[in-house]
Write a new protein. Structure first.
Length: 559
């Protein structure tokens, strides 16, 4: 029966074993939905054919970012025979778009028993930047053959670029440090730039120094800077290079350095280069003015002499702390005073002889001598005292008299003149004379004898040109009523209110003051001459509203 059914299938091929033929016959019978017949042999063949299977897990391996030229950690796939018969493995191969960027190894052998498993280990070794893909293919005798694992990863790399490839320094004195020059290191890649070292090397490496803020890593798209200075140790052309060692293609990168060292020498400069004195009385000494000598060179500056010379050298004098030498980079000072021996414009110069190029250096001096006579100046030239109660003494105001001349100022008279001269008094430190260049003071008091505007003048007669000098004086006399009272002994008093009327007992219910008075005095300035006023005071409690009983009444008649 088996042979008959097989012949109907028309599948007889030479070289096939009996078991295979029988299996094929069973398959054909199954397709016809008929039984292969009884017997243990037929059932065993059908079970074997339907119970084979192979699984690979996971089906996809993703490596993420990996630096170009480096090897990733391994990732593992497990191949499991999920059937109940041995699976024959004919090959495990790496293929796809970028197979050379990956590598695989396995322990699967040529067959895998039912229920057993083996592993395929994959690593990522990107040779270029970008997304890279491949496939591991397992070829076997299982249906749906072959089995595949998809593999992907991204190759990343840093890219180092420098804002300049060379730095040239201007000529610099031997032993003197230049200003810094800056280079920017940028990472234009898509991976961190790992900086192994930044070092100065080359023929004259010790003549250059660098500092930087790069650290050990520069992120993708970021940058850092390094500054280089030049301090030549000898004269002539000096060269070196700053070298960057990193993980970017083309490492190490370098920046060439060059500069010229100048021989050791001093360099003298004076500041300011001219000094002008204000007008000075003949025979009087001015305040000092200072000149600074700076050695900006890289060798000590020998100072041979510092002298005042020129047409009027005797009218000027100098003192200094420069000694015989000024160290490189140091300075000293020269102080000059002016003491004219005659009137008019006087000139001279401070000359400095030294070991620097351009010696001697000089600073021009000028000043004006004023004739030997006194000169009186008053400040201020007017005083306003404001309102003051009649017969009351004001606070003093001060006038300063200065003698800016070259001779003593003799004071003959200090007096008040004008319509209300008697309303003013003075106390002074001026008589009988004020020395050349000296000052004195006059303190003036105002005591109005009547109400209204009061005017006068302070007049000073002396031996100066323009005598007498004068100061205009003004003030206003007012009739005020000044009240005072004894403080309340009751606790919690915050101040006092003052009430006024023009008849006894007729004081207003509104106090004169807008807020409680904190002292025990009050001046009533809003009064009219010839009127009699009546007053009483109350104490105000801390709440600002409660008040004590009225004080005794008092009265005052305004003149």
């Amino acid at each position: 029966m088996t042979n008959t059914m097989f012949k109907k299938a028309g599948k007889l091929e030479p070289g096939l074993g009996t078991a295979v033929i029988l299996a094929a016959a069973c398959i054909a019978m199954a397709m016809l939905a008929t039984s292969c017949g009884g017997g243990a042999g037929g059932s065993a063949i059908a079970d074997t054919a339907s119970a084979t299977g192979l699984s690979v897990s996971p089906p996809t391996v993703t490596f993420g970012n990996q630096a170009v030229g480096t090897t990733s950690a391994a990732q593992t796939n497990t191949v499991t025979n999920v059937g109940n018969s041995t699976v024959t493995i004919s090959s495990i191969t790496l293929g796809g778009t970028n197979p050379s960027d990956f590598a695989q190894s396995n322990n699967c052998g040529w067959s895998l028993a039912a229920g057993a498993n083996c592993t395929i280990t994959v690593i990522f070794q990107p040779a270029s930047v970008g997304t890279l893909i491949a496939e591991v293919t397992v070829t076997d005798n299982v249906s749906h053959n072959p089995h595949q694992v998809n593999i992907n990863g991204t190759g990343v790399a840093s890219a180092a670029s420098l804002s300049a490839t060379s730095l040239t320094f201007a000529s610099e004195a031997v032993g003197v440090t230049s200003a810094a020059q800056t280079i920017t290191l940028s990472n234009s890649g898509n991976a961190a730039l790992n900086v192994t070292s930044i070092a100065v090397s080359g023929a004259n490496a010790s003549d250059f120094a660098e500092t930087n803020n790069c650290g050990s890593s520069v992120e993708a798209g970021a940058n850092c800077t390094f500054s280089v200075t030049f301090k030549p140790t000898a004269a002539g052309t000096r060269t070196a290079a700053v070298t960057f060692t990193d993980n970017a293609p083309g490492s190490p990168q370098s920046v060439s350095l060059s500069g010229t060292g100048e021989g050791a020498s001093a360099a003298a400069s004076l500041s300011p280069t001219s000094v002008t004195f204000a007008s000075q009385a003949v025979g009087a000494t001015s305040a000092a003015q200072t000149i600074t000598l700076t050695n900006s060179g890289n060798a000590a500056l020998g100072v041979t002499s510092i002298v005042v010379s020129g047409a009027n050298a005797s009218d000027f004098a100098e003192t200094n702390n420069c000694e015989s030498s000024v160290a490189a980079g140091a300075n000293c000072t020269i102080s000059v005073t002016f003491k004219p021996v005659a009137a008019g414009t006087l000139t001279a110069a401070v000359s400095l002889a030294d070991t620097a190029t351009g010696s001697p250096q000089s600073v021009s001096l000028s000043g004006t001598g004023a004739s030997a006579s006194p000169a009186a100046n008053l400040s201020p030239t007017s005083l306003a005292f404001g309102n003051e109660g009649v017969d009351m003494v004001s606070t003093s105001q001060v006038v300063t008299l200065s003698n800016t001349g070259g001779a003593s100022l003799s004071i003959s008279i200090i007096a008040f003149t004008g319509a209300d001269a008697g309303d003013f008094t003075e106390v002074n430190t001026c008589s009988p004379a004020v020395a050349a260049g000296g000052t004195c003071t006059i303190a003036i008091l105002f005591t109005p004898a009547a109400s209204g505007t009061r005017t006068a003048a302070l007049s000073i007669a002396d031996n100066a040109s323009g005598s007498p000098q004068s100061v205009a004086l003004s003030g206003s006399g007012t009739h005020d009523v000044m009240l005072s009272w004894t403080a309340s002994t009751t606790s919690g008093v915050m101040g006092y209110n003052v009430y006024r009327g023009t008849t006894s007992g007729g004081e207003s219910s509104t106090p004169l003051n807008s807020t409680p008075i904190s002292t025990t005095t009050y001046t009533d300035e809003s009064v009219t001459a010839g009127t009699t006023y009546y007053y009483y005071v109350t104490a105000v409690a801390a709440n600002g509203t409660s008040q004590s009983a009225d004080s005794n009444e008092t009265d005052a008649t305004v003149p």
